[in-house]
Design a protein around this ligand. Structure first.
Ligand code: HEC
Length: 190
């Protein structure tokens, strides 16, 4: 019995020492481009899922109306598109340069198979150890719900909201469209 207990203790010490060594010696991944650790994705998504389940987010307090979609599209374009991309546009350059990648929310199914409550929680609280920021002190509760409905229904939004999400015309197109409005070149310094 005594040697069993000693054996267990030595085992536990070796195991924790090994884990400490894995991190302290720099074997654990640290760069965004490093391959994931053993079970990293699985453990992270378990923990996130458990948190969201516990939070018991209520049903959306607002309707998926045209006004809400248009408002959401404006917020999305300002706050989210730089990482999560726009409909029918190439992915933003940084979206796959972080670990994990920022999901392209208007590509394929995006997160349209997640309930809006789940996306609401993620937008409010952010996702630890990812590039996903917490927006609860930046956006108000209605704005977060509007965004949660937008991403959940990305395949059903009205044309008015789609128009808001269209990219701004580049400087060349803008100059062609309004040649007279082009700013004058500053006067040369004397
Ligand atoms: C700086 C980049 C960045 C910004 C800005 C950002 N996100 Fe994210 N977001 C991420 C990353 C990275 C993830 C994590 C993806 C993962 O877990 O695989 C993420 C995850 C998400 C998810 C869950 C995606 C999934 O696959 O489950 C949603 C929904 C989301 N973000 C919505 C938003 C919204 C809405 C905004 C704007 C208010 C926003 N994000 C702003 C980087 C960003």
């Amino acid at each position: 019995m005594k040697s069993f207990v000693i054996g267990m203790l030595v085992g536990v010490l070796l195991f924790s020492g090994g884990i400490y060594y894995y991190f302290a010696s720099g074997m654990a991944p640290a760069a965004a481009g490093d391959p994931p650790m053993f079970m990293e994705r699985k453990m992270a998504s378990r923990s996130l899922g458990a948190h969201i389940d516990k939070a018991n987010v209520p049903a959306p307090p607002i309707q998926p109306s045209e006004d809400n979609y248009v408002a959401a599209a404006k917020t999305y374009k300002n706050q989210c598109a730089g990482c999560h991309g726009l409909p029918d546009q190439p992915a933003p350059a940084i979206s796959d340069k972080m670990f994990p990648d920022a999901t392209l929310l208007f590509k394929d199914k995006g997160v349209s198979d997640d309930p809006p409550q789940e996306s609401y929680w993620k937008i409010q609280n952010g996702i630890r150890l990812t590039g996903m920021p917490a927006f609860k002190s930046i956006l108000n509760d209605t704005q977060v719900w509007q965004l949660a409905l937008l991403v959940a229904n990305m395949d059903k939004i009205p044309a008015s909201a789609k128009a808001v999400l269209a990219p701004e015309p580049g400087p060349a197109a803008a100059a062609l469209a309004a040649p007279l409005a082009a700013p004058k070149a500053p006067a040369a310094k004397k």
